[in-house]
Design a protein around this ligand. Structure first.
Ligand SMILES: *Cc1c(COP(=O)(O)O)cnc(C)c1O
Length: 374
């Protein structure tokens, strides 16, 4: 095949994808234009071999300290990984390696992301799930009760995937200190939302008990995929992850993957540099404003949010959630559903502007009429 044919072939596949302008289910979004530029500049870089990509490595250190600053710890340790899943694996793996017990377990909220299922399987760590209060935050007294001598870590979520709820991380922090276990905070989504909100939710290294944080630039950071982040309170957590690397330019490697992209590191760095704190805040505020618009329009149609939205994730109670999702999908609009309680879920990412919200509502009205879903 020649170049023109290959490109046309590729385009024909790409056309089958649903454009972000019709996607209200995803925590990912179109990368910021500056992210795309940065990505292209670093397209061939491999952070698995830092002795070759010296500058890219330095850039990653810079990005980690920028994110660290946002999370109240200038001198934190960590790296940019493939996403929230890898970040969660590494956070728990480090805790497990630092406290060698025969039958390790972790205590996590019922609202935790499904990546913790994989963690249990891969790391051989037992997962103990804790129920939620009426606002879908983890029940902290139950967390305390479930901790035993084999518990290596407890987990709190800052921005749950289903509802955007924030666990009482300050209380979890105190429990972690008292019981001498690690506290991993999964802020894959919320980590780049909460710092820019007017309402304060303590969730980061400011709290003494927090040992590691998952925070993903490829979600609200508008970086190119794959860009996840795992940050640790100090270097000792990375040391606990290291293996020897006989034939590379570095002696040890603490990352889970070997070869890994510098391009998405450059993209995440460029977005934060370009927007700065103020620019990020403006984008987050716009997302929150459009979330409120969506809620108001949905309420006019008789749908109530499961919780008063905290961030730009919102779910609306309805028994016909699955049917609504299917009907919308047939019309090339994508939302998602949750099971507990039965609800439809939307994420108002930067690509979901006011016009898209209103267009969506028009289609939504037709759908609920067609299936009598009110
Ligand atoms: C998205 C998400 C993850 C998983 O991130 P991936 O990048 O998809 O691996 C983990 N935890 C939370 C809270 C998330 O929202």
């Amino acid at each position: 095949m020649d170049v023109v044919d290959i490109i046309n072939d590729l385009k024909s596949f790409r056309r089958k994808d649903i454009p972000y302008s019709r996607v209200l289910s995803s925590m990912c979004t179109s990368p910021h234009p500056i992210a795309v530029k940065a990505h292209q500049l670093f397209i061939e870089t491999n952070l698995g071999d830092p002795g070759i990509f010296v500058g890219t490595w330095e850039l990653e250190r810079k990005l980690i300290s920028m994110i660290g600053k946002l999370l109240h710890k200038n001198d934190c340790a960590g790296y940019i990984c493939s996403g929230g899943t890898e970040a969660n694996i590494q956070g728990i793996r480090s805790a497990r390696n630092l406290k060698r017990v025969k039958k390790p377990n972790i205590v996590i909220p019922k609202s935790a992301h499904f990546s913790f299922e994989k963690i249990g399987d891969i790391l051989g760590v037992r997962i103990k799930r804790v129920g939620l209060d009426e606002d879908y935050r983890v029940n902290t007294s139950e967390v305390e009760k479930k901790i035993d001598k084999n518990t290596i870590a407890i987990v709190g979520i800052a921005g749950t995937t289903e509802l955007g709820q924030v666990d009482p991380i300050d209380e979890l922090s105190e429990i972690a200190i008292e019981k001498d276990v690690k506290l991993h905070v999964d802020a894959a989504f919320g980590g780049l939302v909460i710092p820019f909100m007017d309402k304060k939710f303590p969730f980061d290294f400011e709290l003494e008990g927090v040992s590691s944080i998952t925070i993903d630039p490829h979600k609200m950071g508008m970086a190119t995929i794959p860009a996840g982040g795992i940050l640790f309170r100090d270097e000792s957590y990375l040391r606990a992850l290291e293996v020897e690397t006989p034939y590379l330019t570095s002696k040890y490697q603490y990352t889970l993957t070997g070869t890994r992209p510098g391009a998405s590191v450059a993209s995440a760095y460029a977005v934060l540099k370009y927007l700065g704190f103020k620019g990020m805040k403006r984008i987050i505020e716009r997302c929150l404003k459009n979330t409120i618009l969506l809620v108001e329009e949905m309420q006019k149609l008789g749908f109530e949010p499961v919780i008063e939205p905290i961030m730009n994730v919102v779910s609306f109670k309805t028994k016909k959630a699955e049917k609504i999702k299917e009907e919308l999908y047939k019309r090339r609009w994508v939302i998602s559903t949750i099971k507990e309680p039965r609800a439809i879920r939307m994420v108002i990412m930067p690509h979901v502007n006011e016009e898209i919200v209103l267009n969506f509502i028009e289609e939504f009205k037709r759908v609920i009429k067609s299936i009598n879903a009110i």
